[in-house]
Ligand binder design. Structure first.
Ligand code: NAD
Ligand code: UDP
Length: 337
């Protein structure tokens, strides 16, 4: 299939594009490069055997989208392009609604005009809000605790309404848990701008000596060791999940919602210890007060994806740490060097 991948040069989009190439599809990547580097295209070419078509542009540019969808004879779209920093979304809500909600609206309009009606959308476990009942299953109540989460929820509502209004659409929302890790070659991975907000990239920067020590946000949560528990998923498992969702969705109209997670939680201190094993040193940490808005635990009930997509995670926490370390230690400046 010809697949338009918006946000295709980003962390998850680039690795999914590689997997699409490897599976014999033809990905066309569209990205405005606001949070990614074009050098990733060379890495995809090296690992995937051919360089995917790349369009530098914005998902809010409807005319551009219509042109790309028609000219490349796109069969389906995987829509990753979005802003994703929770704290920034609180400070700049309009930028988040504009990129994430308006961007998706423009894409859906363009798809409707050209007659492309297969979409896989990057949602997030953040749509479960501050839920306390674990594991999280797809029919759990939804809510948002910040503008980023609200933007994902608004898009899910748009997709649900569209599926009702026009039964020709196949719309799949994938709720990712905590994506981490890198390509096992160490050639592709995540390089956040500035100080990382997320646990794994922060630990990786401590491991290479770019940051002094990990700040562990709270150790009195009702969890086995008192630190927060999350469902970490290897980004290559996540990429495989997109292929499975695409295969399932194309030609099957309606709204399809899946959790993509392992179903298993790991605490902050467990991740730190596993990373220490991967890099061969004890990593320093300090316990600091909890981060406002954090829940104690979050992990998926992944059964629906297993039963309906035939997909489940295969990579362990040790794999996630080893692959992140390979990428981080060989590319401390990400793709810019
Ligand atoms: P990323 O920032 O690495 O990738 C997003 C890409 O979209 C970037 O390359 C950026 O340049 C591009 N982009 C942003 N706004 C755009 C616009 N208006 N037009 C064109 N391109 C634009 O992020 P990621 O981690 O790869 O996340 C991909 C998707 O998955 C996002 O929708 C994100 O919200 C979602 N998600 C990510 C996580 C996570 O922890 N990484 C968790 C849940 C959901
Ligand atoms: N965390 C931490 N120190 C950090 C970053 C994160 O202790 O520098 C903790 C955080 O409180 C949470 C877990 O690690 O319990 C995962 O946080 P992350 O931001 O990676 O994911 P999310 O909170 O979005 O699930």
């Amino acid at each position: 299939m010809n697949i338009l991948v918006t946000g295709g040069t980003g962390y998850i989009g680039s690795l999914t594009s590689l997997r699409l190439l490897e599976a014999g599809h033809r990905p066309v990547l569209l990205d405005n490069l606001c949070n990614s580097h074009p050098a990733v295209l060379d890495r995809i070419a090296t690992l995937g055997g051919s360089r995917p078509q790349f369009v530098q542009g914005d998902v809010r540019d409807r005319a551009l989208l219509e042109r790309v969808l028609a000219e490349a004879q796109i069969d389906a779209v995987i829509h990753f392009a979005a802003l994703k920093a929770v704290g920034e979304s609180v400070a700049q809500p309009l930028a988040y609604y504009d990129n994430n909600v308006n961007g998706t609206l423009a894409l859906l309009h363009a798809m409707q005009t050209v007659g492309v009606r297969n979409l896989v959308f990057s949602s997030s476990a953040t749509v479960y809000g501050a839920a306390e009942q674990m594991p999280l299953y797809e029919d759990a109540p939804l809510s948002a605790t910040n503008p980023y989460g609200q933007s994902k929820l608004m898009v899910e509502h748009m997709l649900a309404d569209l599926a009702v209004a026009d039964p020709r659409w196949s719309l799949t929302a994938l709720r990712y848990f905590n994506p981490v890790g890198a390509h096992p070659s160490g050639l592709m991975g995540e390089h956040p701008q500035g100080v990382p907000n997320n646990l794994m990239p922060y630990i990786a920067q401590v491991a290479v000596g770019q940051r002094a020590s990990l700040r562990v946000f709270g150790n009195t949560y009702p969890t086995p060791d008192g630190t927060g528990v999350r469902d970490f998923i290897h980004v290559m498992d996540l990429a495989d999940g997109h292929l499975a969702a695409l295969q399932h969705g194309v030609g099957r109209p309606g709204l399809h919602v899946f959790n993509l997670g392992s179903g298993q939680g790991h605490s902050v201190l467990e991740v730190l210890a596993a990373f220490g094993q991967a890099c061969g040193k004890n990593l320093p940490f300090d316990i600091v007060p909890p981060r406002p808005g954090d829940v104690a635990s979050s992990w998926a009930d992944p059964r629906r994806a297993r039963e309906m997509l035939g997909w489940h995670t295969t990579r362990s926490l040790a794999d996630m740490c080893a692959d992140t370390w390979r990428w981080q230690s060989t590319h401390p400046q990400g793709y810019s060097v």
